[in-house]
Design a binder for this molecule. Structure first.
Ligand SMILES: Cc1cc2nc3c(=O)[nH]c(=O)nc-3n(C[C@H](O)[C@H](O)[C@H](O)COP(=O)(O)OP(=O)(O)OC[C@H]3O[C@@H](n4cnc5c(N)ncnc54)[C@H](O)[C@@H]3O)c2cc1C
Length: 251
């Protein structure tokens, strides 16, 4: 059952560029949250709450990570330790891990890495072997390697070659080799290329579409899939890559 409450911000980090991490003491949400789930945040003066993935969980605190790109996220990035945030969550259907520990591959394009950090920690804690392909346009936009949980087998790539290999995350997909469980989050262009390169594999993706209510009432985030129309906020935000009718989706 999702909680709606105001929770105190305990710690604020600015890891790189315009990104910001807020650690919020929210025991009810931290206890129930699963990787891939999200919360919606009430932002002062904005009618629509903004969806943000759970980035990390430690005890009774959860971290939200975002880039200050618009009205809501800019307002959020100005919040200070000790102030309270209005959160509703955990919401949505998270990623599904296989029943017994095995090797899994995570693919994070740009800001798509934010929800995958919680997934990698969750999987490592349960004995999975985790590989992560992490990419961004430039070094400045790349999630810092030192923040990736210890134990993750990391491959880095930037489009301009300023850090790691040169190219896009999808260029490293041959690394998927024998891995049968793949989890991805990134821009739609990444998903479109991944569809071509990973056909036949089971790939779970997290969709960051525009959302209205976040709880299934307004149908604003409905997408077309091979299994019929689905609401991203309730049936997702995780879906099977192959189920999505990409040509009918504007992300
Ligand atoms: C399930 C889910 C999880 C998400 N998790 C994160 C996260 O962990 N970190 C993070 O930084 N962002 C995340 N997003 C995207 C985030 O919700 C939007 O970027 C946010 O709503 C922007 O709000 P704003 O008021 O700052 O920007 P706005 O002023 O509304 O817009 C700023 C820019 O963001 C675009 N935008 C607006 N809403 C969305 C949206 N829902 N999805 C994608 N782009 C949008 C606009 O086109 C515009 O270019 C998530 C979205 C969803 C649906």
């Amino acid at each position: 059952m999702p909680s709606l409450n105001s929770f105190p911000i305990r710690y604020k980090e600015r890891p790189y560029g315009d990104s910001c991490i807020l650690w919020v003491e929210a025991p009810e949400i931290a206890r129930d949250a699963r990787p891939g789930q999200f919360v919606t945040v009430g932002c002062d003066g904005l009618m629509l709450r903004r969806p943000l993935s759970v980035h990390r969980v430690k005890g009774e605190e959860l971290a939200l990570m975002f880039s200050a790109t618009g009205t809501g996220t800019r307002w959020l990035s100005e919040r200070k330790e000790g102030e309270r945030l209005d959160l509703l969550g955990p919401l949505g259907r998270g990623f599904e891990l296989p029943p017994s520990p095995t090797r899994i591959l995570l693919i994070g394009g740009g800001k798509g890495i934010f929800p995958l950090i919680f997934l990698s920690e969750w999987a490592l804690d349960r004995g999975f072997r985790v590989s992560l392909i992490l990419g961004a346009k430039t070094r400045e936009k790349l999630y810092p390697a030192h923040l990736v949980p210890c134990g993750v087998n990391l491959s880095l790539i930037t489009e301009d070659g300023s850090y790691g290999d040169r190219g896009k995350v999808t260029d490293l997909l041959p690394l998927s080799g024998e891995v049968n469980y793949i989890y991805a989050c990134g821009p739609s262009s990444m998903y479109r290329e991944a569809t071509l390169k990973l056909s036949g594999k089971e790939v779970q993706v997290l969709l960051e579409v525009r959302m209205g209510c976040g709880v299934g009432a307004c149908h604003c985030c409905t997408i077309n899939t091979k299994r019929g129309p689905k609401k991203v906020c309730q049936d997702g935000p995780t879906f099977l890559l192959d189920d999505i009718l990409w040509d009918e989706l504007s992300l």
